[in-house]
Design a protein around this ligand. Structure first.
Ligand code: ASP
Length: 438
């Protein structure tokens, strides 16, 4: 029988009315048998997310302040859902226990995780399904690193009876049973883990937007929606700043070959964005799939005559960068020049030391640092075997009067990356979008 894992984000479960929409969606397809809920999110602009309130309670408890008022808000959120939906579960003892634990100095991770835990209990009761505490199946090691293989073995066993289940997102436990959370937005990861464990046919991620857009709507007016995208394309776009799905939520499903469908709880008839390992050829799919970028990079430019024939030159430069604890983003090279792109905020405090050490180790003729670089990725599986894409992109930039400071095309041919002045960031994205999309 077909299996779908559905994950619902915080805004999808923010109040009783949203719970009702979620139930309707779940019941519409009998294959939707595993649900991963987030904690209740914002109901309106300016509202609090329950997770934020829980972190606030934790801070207050740590500072010896009373948590009564903040916890009162949390209590009211859950109680209102119970009352409005006329749920049969008595959530008061659970709430009392959580409040007592927080007041007694429970860890930040424990506090934050209760948002999903309590919401999971309510949703399971509302659906009449079993509740499976994620602490039983999502495993971290002693240092808090996620243990994918152990988790998959345990989760598969826990869910092997094919009975529908609600598994709260965002947290799991260390071997000593201490609660540990993923980073913010981590319920997406739990959903992907459950999808892998039950060998789902599909991972549906229900949120409050109808999928990904081809560009940031704050930069491009009303950008087109992305109907289909591959995991590799999405990885390039999210790395560059596009967000909807937690970046770590791709690995479990991509590895298992399970597609992810981003859907909108408030517009359930919209097909959303389909993410898959491979996408079938589609004439209507544009040459580019999306554009994303980030400001705030610097380039370290190293020059040395005859560099290209000197063995180990690049290694020495990267050795300094590594030993100074920086990660580099790109490294375009010329014949006698090498350029390393790093984040400005990481470089700033170590700048002089890095320059000094590179000169010392490599005997470089000159080193210069240029700041205020934006890196923009134009991503598209359609670019492979499609000659002229780069020419179109650079012509569009040139017509818009933009000076290209760096070019990098990965060997995957999935993306063309350009570096421009921070001041040209928006103009560049708009120029590329106009050229390929209109
Ligand atoms: N509730 C957590 C957060 O706000 C996790 C999630 O919603 O995915 O980050």
């Amino acid at each position: 029988m077909k299996k779908i894992v559905t994950k619902f984000g915080g805004s999808s479960l923010a109040n009783a009315a949203q719970f009702a929409k979620v139930k309707e969606i779940i019941l519409l397809d009998p294959a939707r048998r595993y649900v991963v809920p987030s904690a209740p999110g914002k109901r309106f602009d300016g509202d609090d997310k329950v997770t934020d309130l829980l972190y606030r309670c934790h801070r207050q408890a740590m500072e010896g302040e009373s948590i009564a008022e903040t916890f009162g808000k949390i209590r009211a959120r859950y109680q209102e859902i119970v009352d409005e939906l006329k749920l049969t579960v008595d959530i008061t003892p659970e709430l009392d226990e959580v409040e007592a634990q927080i007041a007694a100095g429970a860890t930040a991770d424990y506090c934050a995780s209760r948002g999903e835990y309590l919401n999971g209990i309510l949703l399971a009761n509302y659906l009449g399904w079993r509740f499976l505490d994620a602490a039983k199946g999502i495993c971290f090691d002693e240092e808090g690193r996620f243990d994918a293989d152990k988790t998959n073995t345990i989760m598969s066993a826990l869910l092997c009876d094919d009975m529908p289940a609600v598994v709260p997102g965002f947290y799991g436990a260390k071997p000593n049973r201490e609660i540990h959370t993923f980073s913010r937005g981590g319920s997406d990861i739990t959903g992907a883990i459950v999808a892998r464990a039950v060998k789902a046919d599909m991972y549906e991620n229900w949120t409050d937007v109808s999928g990904f857009l081809m560009a940031d709507p704050r930069v491009v007016e009303a950008p087109r929606e992305i109907a289909s995208i591959t995991y590799s394309e999405l990885r390039e776009l999210s790395y560059m700043g596009a967000s909807v799905l937690h970046a770590d939520a791709m690995f479990p499903v991509q590895r298992a070959g399970i597609p992810t469908n981003i859907r909108n709880t408030n517009n359930p008839n919209h097909p959303g964005t389909m993410i898959a390992v491979h996408q079938p050829h589609d004439e209507s799919h544009p040459t580019i799939t999306g554009i994303a970028g980030r400001k705030g990079f610097s380039t370290i430019n190293v020059e040395k005559a005859m560099m290209n024939s000197e063995l180990g030159f690049g290694r020495k430069v990267l050795q300094v960068i590594e030993e100074e604890g920086l990660s580099f983003e790109h490294m375009p090279t010329g014949i006698d020049t090498l350029c390393v792109v790093v984040e400005s905020k990481e470089l700033q405090p170590k700048r002089d030391e890095i320059v000094r050490r590179i000169v010392e180790l490599t005997g470089a003729d000159t080193i210069s640092i240029h700041e205020n670089l934006s890196v923009i990725a134009t991503v598209g599986r359609g670019m492979v075997n499609n000659c002229g894409t780069a020419a179109r992109l650079f012509s569009a930039m040139s017509r818009a009067g933009i000076n290209v400071r760096m070019i990098d095309q990965g060997s995957s041919e999935l993306s063309i990356i350009v570096g421009v002045d921070d001041d040209d960031f928006e103009t560049t994205i708009r120029a590329i979008y106009r050229e390929f999309v209109g």
